[in-house]
Design a protein around this ligand. Sequence first.
Ligand code: FAD
Length: 212
Amino acid sequence: MSSTSRQYDAVVIGVGGMGSSTLFQLAKRGWKVLGLDKYDIPNALGSSHGSTRIIRLAYHEHPSYIPLMHRAYDLWRELEITINEKLLFTTGSISCGYEGSSMFSGTRYACDLHNIPYEILNARETNKRFPGCSFDNNILSVYQPNGGFLRADRCISAYLSLASDLGAEIHAREPLQTWKSHENGIEITTPNGIYNTSRLIICAGSWASKLV
Ligand SMILES: Cc1cc2nc3c(=O)[nH]c(=O)nc-3n(C[C@H](O)[C@H](O)[C@H](O)COP(=O)(O)OP(=O)(O)OC[C@H]3O[C@@H](n4cnc5c(N)ncnc54)[C@H](O)[C@@H]3O)c2cc1C
């Protein structure tokens, strides 16, 4: 490979849910991009791999997720139209816990702050509506009608196939080992050699702290 073919506008490290969508979005904008994953794509070790993942508008962790989630819903719908395939199934979702728990109170707070529709269900109502649940009396649920699930592996493979069609290079089993910035960009090293890039985007999930 010549040295010029190893120069990229962006190198994305980690090709899970975050990395695959990043590669597509950048390739769509005409960027020359390279995606690297240390394992197979997909692999069973990352946190977005597997057949399904839950999606909902309000997460208990912080209300600041909600604008991002509105955008995510729009992008999943856009992807469904592009590939003519259903990826996001809206089934309704419940976030359950004791009244003072962060799961219950954090979700309700986030819904209130951003006017997200929800219902509060007591344990009896939850168990009746969702026969798979068998909660104790003191468990409360925040039911979000917009919640559901994504076909996670299919989402990743769809984004990667579209990104490849747009010219993205994607290498499995090629870990980032080291990176350093210099005056013209960033140099990264893998077992296969050296790449230069204007931007380095770390989407390595729980491995990210080892790389930054
Ligand atoms: C078991 C589990 C279930 C979850 N369920 C949900 C859910 O239902 N709904 C929800 O919203 N969230 C859920 N989460 C959280 C959510 O899945 C994650 O936050 C999200 O998927 C992370 O995606 P990611 O692309 O950042 O990371 P990952 O999917 O983990 O991808 C990181 C990738 O980086 C690669 N990598 C690591 N180091 C290197 C390196 N040096 N060089 C190259 N590649 C590297 C890895 O191989 C991996 O493929 C769950 C998390 C877990 C762990």
